[in-house]
Design a protein around this ligand. Structure first.
Ligand SMILES: Cc1cc2nc3c(=O)[nH]c(=O)nc-3n(C[C@H](O)[C@H](O)[C@H](O)COP(=O)(O)OP(=O)(O)OC[C@H]3O[C@@H](n4cnc5c(N)ncnc54)[C@H](O)[C@@H]3O)c2cc1C
Length: 438
């Protein structure tokens, strides 16, 4: 067992979703059974988060026989615990992408990023997924030095990408929009969205089930091997024989596939939900019911739930366990933004593990002609992992061009690989989070 396992970050103790506001308000659906016999599939998928579920849905729509194996429960990982922000574009800004890859590639990446967020809303509409989908993300300049970037980025998107949903917001207006005078300016993106992340994932699973995909919960894959005519996947003392395999475990990969582990760094991020707020107070904090995120390296992000709770994400750690009291850990970030919530009760606090890559672009590829993977969405996985599922399905059903385009982007390994990536990365992360405080 790895250290992660001992501390239960990567395993549940009870097979249930982690205790959170999302779990408490989850759509009730029939549970999936555990794998209890051998079987065969065109495609076997390991991991039941957005990546795996979206791949299952898109493959089933193409008539593929799909078996998805989830170690715990559907969306037990990051997909059931995240902030629910659905940002347009890539995790890396267009300006940086242009510098790194040139305008032609940056254009293609923008188009894929735009398609990703549209895909989320299209799936929600098509499959009538009840997940509180709303429009608007407000990005805030937490430092005076960030204002120019927001201005330039807005102009670039409007002038060079024909993206008119985005606008620069002056400080006076920002103060009104967020009920705080702390911020220097903002950028409002009306095309971006926010949602109830667990209910979105449950809806994806239901859509995949209706299209004919077979999903098993409580079915941890312990190993897989390639034989002459199939990939053999071992779980619950049974075997699945599949023509293709997708590894979709992201921050919860653990030791399943060491060849992928060195490309990603699992980090832990934390969220709280307050008691329901009065309409007046809720409007004072978030005037227009948009999701909000600031520009700090360790970002603070927040939004209102359907029942007027403040869902606030703040703070991360890079150790192998969560803080002993997550409520205290996150509350201090919330109070820095909203000291007026000093006496507000916190009803839920939880953490989750996501995977970041060195260059903050997703890491797609194949380990062999049969084995595919997608991971490392670096905090932008609601749209990007959904899109990854679609691209994986395209690649497996004979249209690999778009998947390969992303797979061909260089994805540097963390220095020192799996063994030494912790100390170097942690030093780097701590350095940047220290700069947030200056
Ligand atoms: C606190 C937090 C806040 C975030 N906020 C946002 C946000 O606001 N917006 C955004 O875009 N992104 C956000 N993210 C990132 C986003 O949640 C992830 O990128 C996305 O959910 C990844 O989806 P996934 O399917 O690849 O992985 P996951 O959802 O983590 O799913 C992986 C699954 O694989 C399963 N698994 C692992 N090993 C095995 C095995 N051996 N056998 C079978 N199953 C296995 C796990 O149990 C898990 O369910 C956040 C993440 C966290 C943790």
């Amino acid at each position: 067992m790895s250290d992660f396992n001992k501390n239960s970050i990567l395993h549940s103790n009870d097979g249930q979703h982690t205790n959170s506001f999302y779990a408490e308000t989850a759509t009730h659906v029939e549970a999936f059974s555990a794998l209890d016999s051998d079987s065969e599939a065109d495609v076997c998928i390991i991991g039941g988060g957005y990546t795996g579920l979206s791949a299952a849905l898109h493959l089933a729509e193409e008539g593929q026989k799909v078996i998805l194996l989830e170690a715990e429960k559907v969306a037990w990982g990051a997909s059931g615990r995240n902030g629910g922000h659905v940002g347009v574009g890539q995790r890396v800004g267009q300006d940086a992408l242009e510098k790194k890859y040139g305008k032609v590639t940056a254009d293609q990446l923008w188009a894929l990023g735009l398609e990703a967020s549209n895909l989320v809303s299209d799936i929600i509409i098509k499959h009538q997924i009840p997940c509180d989908l709303k429009h608007g993300i407000l990005h805030l300049a937490a430092k005076a030095a960030d204002v120019d970037y927001l201005k330039q980025n807005t102009e670039n998107l409007r002038n060079n990408y024909d993206y008119e949903q985005v606008s620069f917001i002056e400080k006076d207006e920002v103060d009104q929009m967020v009920g705080s005078a702390k911020y220097f300016a903002g950028q409002l993106d009306k095309g971006s969205m926010h949602l109830h992340p667990l209910n979105y994932a449950i809806g994806l699973a239901e859509a995949a089930r209706k299209m004919g995909a077979t999903i098993f919960e409580q079915s941890r894959v312990t190993s897989y091997e390639k034989n002459s005519d199939a990939v053999v996947i071992n779980s619950n003392s049974n075997q699945i024989k599949a023509k293709k395999l997708i590894i979709a475990c992201n921050g919860y990969l653990d030791k399943l596939e060491p060849k992928l582990a060195g490309k990603i760094m699992p980090i832990n991020n934390f969220v709280l939900a307050t008691e329901p707020l009065s309409d007046d107070l809720a409007k004072q904090l978030i005037r227009d019911d948009v999701a909000i995120q600031d520009s700090l390296y360790v970002i603070n992000y927040w939004k209102l739930s359907a029942d007027n709770r403040l869902i606030f994400g703040g703070g991360e750690n890079y150790t192998m366990k969560f803080p002993s009291n997550i409520e205290i850990f996150v509350r201090k970030y919330m109070l820095r933004v909203y000291p007026q919530l000093e006496s507000t009760t916190i009803d839920y606090a939880w953490g989750g593990t996501l995977a970041v890559t060195m260059n903050r672009m997703p890491h797609y590829g194949q380990l062999s002609p049969e084995v595919y993977y997608a991971q490392g969405y670096s905090g932008h996985g609601v749209p990007t992992a959904t899109m990854a599922g679609k691209l994986l399905a395209e690649a497996i059903t004979g249209n690999p061009e778009r998947f390969n385009q992303l797979a061909n982007l260089p994805s540097p390994s963390f220095p020192g690989g799996t063994l030494l990536r912790w100390p170097g990365l942690v030093a780097g992360m701590l350095y940047h989070s220290l700069k947030d405080k200056l």
